[in-house]
Design a protein around this ligand. Structure first.
Ligand SMILES: [Zn+2]
Length: 221
């Protein structure tokens, strides 16, 4: 994947590293073929397809789309723009401050935000990169639209710079030491298939165990 995102998998199925992401793995492959709904959803996640924005909904953990690395957006088209508009709509309906493409089942490195701070506009970030984190790690409680009722402290640097492409194809850079800095890091994690539960400490993991079990049960078909 060149200089792209590190090809990791958070679904716990090591063979995906080989079968799907194509990464080099330093351990012997496990069972090489996966069947069942997880794999079917995953194949759909990575398959190039035309998108009906109206059909997009916010997916919940443990949907496979939430647990795998998304791919860079190669071209910005009308489809990209209508999807971004639909994502902003979904984010607002759910009273969220950010939403990433994997949360609506698209393996795109794209997310949207509106932190709700005064005069803060809707923003779309395509192929974002985070850099220059500053300050010691700080804990704040985070939730996620894909993990209803799950809340816990996540440690992140308070200040960071983001570079991304907007819907007109222009590269832009922003730096924040406010809520947006945390939202960027949370949404960026989604592009790498990483959720807040992967960053929780033992206390938060324990506190959310039952809710997670319920979500996992509800996600089984
Ligand atoms: Zn989230």
């Amino acid at each position: 994947m060149g200089s792209g995102p590190e090809p990791v998998c958070h679904c716990g199925k090591a063979a995906h590293r080989i079968e799907i992401v194509g990464a080099r793995v330093n351990r012997p492959p496990l069972a090489p073929v996966w069947f069942g709904s997880h794999e079917r959803h995953l194949a759909a996640y990575y398959r190039p397809m035309s998108v009906d924005p109206a059909s997009l909904t916010i997916l919940r953990y443990p949907h496979p789309s939430l647990l795998h690395v998304a791919k860079p957006v190669a071209e910005i088209t009308d489809e990209t723009r209508t999807v971004a508009a639909r994502m902003l709509e979904l984010m607002r309906e759910a009273r969220g401050v950010g939403l990433a493409a994997p949360q609506v089942g698209l393996a795109w490195r794209l997310f949207v935000t509106n932190s709700g701070e005064e005069d803060e506009p809707d923003r779309v970030y395509i192929n974002p990169a985070l850099r220059q984190p500053e300050g010691g790690l700080e804990a704040h409680e985070e939730g996620c639209l894909s993990l209803p009722e799950v809340l816990g402290d996540v440690w992140r640097p308070p200040t960071i710079t983001i570079e991304a492409t907007d819907l007109d194809g222009n590269r832009f850079t922003l730096r924040s030491g406010e809520l947006l800095a945390r939202v960027w890091q949370h949404e960026y994690d989604h592009l790498d298939g990483r959720l807040i539960i992967h960053r929780f400490g033992q206390m938060a993991k324990l506190a959310n165990r039952r809710v997670l079990k319920d979500l996992e049960r509800a996600g089984q078909r």
